[in-house]
Design a protein around this ligand. Structure first.
Ligand code: ZN
Length: 158
């Protein structure tokens, strides 16, 4: 993890994504960065969590990601490998036990470094169409990261 000192207020959000790769397909962080570089000219995420729980840092914290349209400043992106069923289209929380463990450890470490950052799922950036103060399922622009990040934040007391 990037340990160089950084103003803790420079990071206002931490956003969790899935790679939208099929359940069980062992795609590596380097491959995801290669795909993103072809599409966006750079790695999209700051961290990629591989199936075996290995966490690969793909951008430094002071580098801007490319993972939430128009909302990448001060926004750390974390992507886990998986997110769809083996059919490659049905959204699913495919996180392995090691991925869950690593995600928890990574979020806890980032929380220490950036105490005020909101921790969100990609879909939580969708517009609040009916302005009821929460992003409901019908408002999601996409399923990513295919699980409820708010529940995880609560569970880990982040
Ligand atoms: Zn996403």
């Amino acid at each position: 993890m990037s340990v160089a000192w950084m103003n803790p207020n420079a990071i206002t959000a931490i956003t969790i994504h899935c790679a939208a790769t099929p359940r069980g397909r062992n795609v590596k962080a380097a491959t995801i960065s290669k795909w993103d570089t072809a599409k966006f000219g750079q790695a999209s995420y700051h961290y990629v969590i591989e199936l075996d729980g290995n966490v690969v840092q793909t951008l430094r914290h002071d580098q801007r990601g490319a993972h939430v349209g128009g909302k990448n400043s001060g926004n750390i992106g974390i992507c886990y490998v998986g997110g769809v069923e083996a059919d490659a289209k049905t959204a699913a929380d495919t996180r392995t036990a090691p991925q869950r463990e690593s995600m928890a450890l990574l979020l806890q470490a980032l929380r220490v470094q950036f105490p005020k950052a909101k921790i969100l799922g990609h879909r939580d950036w969708s517009p609040d169409v009916n302005a009821n103060g929460r992003i409901d399922k019908f408002e999601w622009l996409k399923n990513c990261p295919c699980f409820e990040v708010a529940d995880l934040v609560k569970e880990l007391a982040l």
